[in-house]
Design a protein around this ligand. Structure first.
Ligand SMILES: CC(C)(COP(=O)(O)OP(=O)(O)OC[C@H]1O[C@@H](n2cnc3c(N)ncnc32)[C@H](O)[C@@H]1OP(=O)(O)O)[C@@H](O)C(=O)NCCC(=O)NCCS
Length: 388
């Protein structure tokens, strides 16, 4: 029998108890378990909790639950957030000055789920609206709607976020409409663009390239973060590829603290897949600005090598993509995918057989809590490594 509709003011958002966290994972298993058994699915999350990118309170499960029974296992909806370190750049007023770059707290949202028996009552939408109130600085939010009662309690491990991102599998509108003050003002779509190469048969020699194992990649991220910071400082204030002509700010995640690396663990857990020779990245030996890292999408088969972070110039990109295809081929993978190549590289990609298209799944969406509006903000380095 359908449950009666509940007044939103009687509900709030709470950090899940350990029992609620497990219940939430059990609920999402049929949706996202893939070929894992329930035991492996729960074990994967338990292992992920210990990872650099999620430990020390960075990974939080949230539940929408009755205010008078916040620890119930019969909660209405749930989601997860990952606390991240990002960078934001504010354009300089003079073209000869670099943009001012600042470190910022940001959040990734994942696993939004309402059990089938509770769907269609506005629970997930309301939960997403309340999520702004625990992730952002409240000084940056509009007035809390009276009809929702009092704002959710702030949580020590959350808050202070300048922006938040997620990847929608239910279109743009669902998350865009969930704003902090009601309808509208939520997460907006940016760059849902993929480029895919079929992996051919040609082999190349390895001269001029260093293959990177998972451990070796850890040394790359610190250098990559320095490069991203520099890129942001020198980002042109206006460019035709931007969402708006003159962005008020540029925002990006950083790949450090296990943020880029955990994709490998997550995607291969309890499978017997391994990249040939354990290579999960490659870098040029002559150009410190040419490198890539990857993970794999094993489900649904056939497997795809998915590039998590890529850095190259127009000149070095063809060589880099040839190496990535080679890594895929040696591991029995027939396809390579890159998300959101920057403009200059898209054209080079086409010449190397890459097919670029707009995805209708995993839509990157961002909400900005700083000065200006989300519509004025450019998401820099909007690549697969930001996904969670
Ligand atoms: C998507 C989901 C979280 C919505 O939960 P809910 O509590 O029913 O959501 P709400 O009642 O707040 O909102 C329902 C709205 O979401 C829309 N929606 C639900 N599933 C959708 C889908 N797969 N694609 C597009 N829109 C969808 C509904 O059309 C409805 O829109 P309307 O209000 O204009 O009619 C729920 O259907 C679910 O858990 N699905 C499986 C997991 C999932 O796909 N999560 C999202 C991952 S990005």
């Amino acid at each position: 029998m359908a449950e009666p509709k509940i007044d939103f003011a009687s509900l709030s958002l709470f950090r899940a108890t350990p029992a609620q966290t497990e219940e939430s994972r059990r609920r999402t298993f049929p949706q996202w378990g893939g070929t894992l058994s329930l035991t492996d699915y729960l074990a994967r999350d338990a292992m992920m909790e210990l990872g650099e990118h999620s430990k020390d309170g960075k990974w939080i499960t949230w539940v929408l639950a009755p205010r008078d029974d916040p620890t119930t296992l019969d909660f209405m909806s749930a989601c997860e957030t990952y606390k991240r370190t990002g960078l934001v750049a504010y354009p300089s007023s003079s073209p000869s000055e670099p943009n001012s770059v600042h470190e910022a707290t940001c959040y990734g949202v994942a696993c939004v789920f309402t059990p089938p028996s509770k769907r269609g009552r506005g629970y997930a939408n309301h939960m997403m609206s309340l999520l702004h109130w625990v992730n952002a600085s409240r000084a940056n939010l509009p007035e809390f709607p009276e009809a929702w009662g009092t704002p959710p309690e702030e949580v020590a491990d959350a808050g202070g976020g300048l922006f938040s991102v997620l990847y929608s599998d239910v279109g743009e509108e669902f998350y865009r409409s969930a704003g902090p003050g009601g309808k509208g003002g939520g997460w907006e779509k940016r760059g849902a663009i993929s480029t895919i190469w079929e992996v051919g048969t040609e082999e190349g020699d390895d001269e001029g390239w260093n293959w990177l194992t998972e451990e070796q990649l850890n040394g790359l991220w610190e250098r990559d973060a320095v490069r991203i910071r520099k890129e942001l400082a020198n980002m042109p204030t206006s460019e035709s590829s931007y969402k708006v002509e003159r962005p008020a700010a540029f925002a990006t995640y950083l790949p450090t603290d296990g943020v880029c690396g955990f994709h490998i663990t997550k995607s291969t857990f309890a499978s017997n897949f391994s990249m040939a020779d354990g290579f999960w990245g490659v870098e040029s030996t002559s150009d410190p600005g040419t490198y890539a890292s990857w993970s794999v999408d094993l489900r649904p088969p056939p497997a795809t090598l998915i590039v998590t972070r890529l850095c190259a110039s127009e000149e070095t990109f063809p060589g880099l993509i040839a190496k990535i295809k080679q890594a895929a081929r040696r591991s029995g993978i027939g396809k390579v995918e890159v998300w959101n190549l920057r403009v200059g590289l898209k054209e080079v990609a086409e010449k190397t057989g890459g097919r670029t298209f707009i995805r209708n799944e995993h839509l990157p969406q961002i909400v900005w809590y700083g000065p200006g509006t989300t519509g004025d903000v450019e998401w820099a380095c909007n690549e697969k490594f930001c996904w969670c």
